[in-house]
Write a protein that binds this ligand. Structure first.
Ligand SMILES: NC(=O)c1ccc[n+]([C@@H]2O[C@H](COP(=O)([O-])OP(=O)(O)OC[C@H]3O[C@@H](n4cnc5c(N)ncnc54)[C@H](O)[C@@H]3O)[C@@H](O)[C@H]2O)c1
Ligand SMILES: [Zn+2]
Length: 340
């Protein structure tokens, strides 16, 4: 599959890890994390690599600086390719390193989590967190190629697989009713024969959106945020520790489907279907009663998507279609959160 962007285009290929490794220049540098290094040694063999600590804490200025110095010390040049081998953390970090080193070098993504495959490895957003907030420093850096080794999902912890399923379900809800139906008929798991097809379909759907709105200027890309306005607030309330992103947006999708129904935008009965689909994958569907709806609303106003001073939501019209809705009354959001 070829994805276009302002600076050219790149290929996304589903392939074994072994073949991906052969497609990459032998003198490429690789950034990975120590967990992935243990399950994907083929790519590292004979190549200079940096294995950071697993987890969000590696998307830091400190690790960013270390990675740049490591590239310089390994005599990387303008012609060097940098490979991100890992989940979204490694992809975002390595992408920002590739965008910065010598003002930009070649960059290849090998996503190894379901979330990284269907979301973070395509679209060109890369970056790191600051102590002041998540993803506050970054760049648009389209990869030169993305290799998707589905087989690696077998070693992924079950909770991480389920986490990625939240984003997979989201694509069905916002833009592909047949995909939603398929996920309903046959529950996916890491060795499911249909998994590769579904992953590639999700990548294609994301590509369609980002090709239309690469730099987030028209509002099209914001439609991918279904479940995210509330989801981000939930993540924030937990200080990004207790809950994974996919789990937070699963709750966000349930609540935002309900919100859409109350606003008369979402067809009645949709929230019930969304809730059942999410529950089928073992994702949470209700907000923890210890979280205060008022605090969550305040967190939404601080979120960058509310930069205009009003709350915007990507809401379903029905399963398979959505639209961006501005100026949603906060009282209504609060009452939905208090109830569901
Ligand atoms: N750039 C974007 O457009 C975009 C989109 C969505 C998310 N993100 C970012 O992605 C990050 C989250 O990514 P993630 O969910 O992939 O988390 P992650 O990169 O932290 O990976 C999750 C865990 O799984 C482990 N792991 C990865 N692959 C494995 C495998 N094949 N087998 C066993 N263990 C494996 C990792 O070591 C880690 O402990 C966040 O920082 C988020 O901001 C970016
Ligand atoms: Zn997301």
């Amino acid at each position: 599959m070829r994805i276009n962007h302002s600076g050219g285009s790149y290929e996304v290929i589903a392939t074994s890890l072994e073949s991906a490794s052969q497609l990459i220049a032998s003198d490429a540098r690789v950034i990975t994390d120590s967990t992935v290094a243990a399950v994907a040694p083929q790519v590292l063999k004979g190549r200079a690599h940096l294995a950071v600590s697993p987890g969000e804490q590696s998307k830091s200025l400190e690790t960013f600086g270390e990675a740049l110095s490591w590239l310089a010390q390994s005599n990387a040049t303008r012609k060097t390719t940098l490979v991100a081998l890992g989940g979204g953390v490694v992809g975002d970090l390595a992408g920002f390193v590739a965008a910065s080193y010598m003002r930009g070098i070649r960059f290849v993504q090998i996503p190894t989590t379901l979330l990284a495959m269907v979301d973070s490895s395509v679209g060109g957003k890369v970056g790191i967190d600051l102590s002041e907030g998540k993803n506050l420093a970054g760049a648009f850096k389209a990869p030169d190629a993305v290799y998707v080794p589905i087989e690696l999902l077998r070693s992924l912890p079950a909770r991480q697989f389920t986490n990625g399923m939240a984003e997979v379900l989201k694509y069905g809800f916002i833009m592909d009713a047949p995909l939603a139906e398929r996920l309903r008929q046959s529950t996916l798991y890491p060795t499911h024969p249909g998994l590769e097809h579904v992953v590639m379909r999700c990548i294609q759907l994301k590509a369609e959106v980002v090709e239309e709105d690469e730099f987030e200027t028209t509002g099209k890309r914001a439609t991918l945020n279904f479940g995210h306005t509330i989801g981000h607030a939930i993540e924030h309330a937990y200080a990004y520790g207790k809950i994974l992103h996919g789990e937070a947006i699963a709750i966000g999708m349930v609540l935002e489907a309900q919100l859409g129904e109350e606003l008369g935008i979402t067809e009645r009965g949709t929230a019930k279907v969304v809730t059942e689909d999410i529950a089928r994958y073992g994702l949470p569907t209700a907000i923890d009663p210890s979280l205060s709806p008022r605090d969550l609303i305040n967190a939404m106003y601080r979120d960058k998507k509310a930069s205009t001073g009003s709350l915007a939501f990507s809401l379903l019209t029905d399963v398979g279609r959505c639209k961006l809705v501005q100026d949603v009354p906060p009282d209504m959001v609060e009452s939905v959160m208090a109830r569901v």
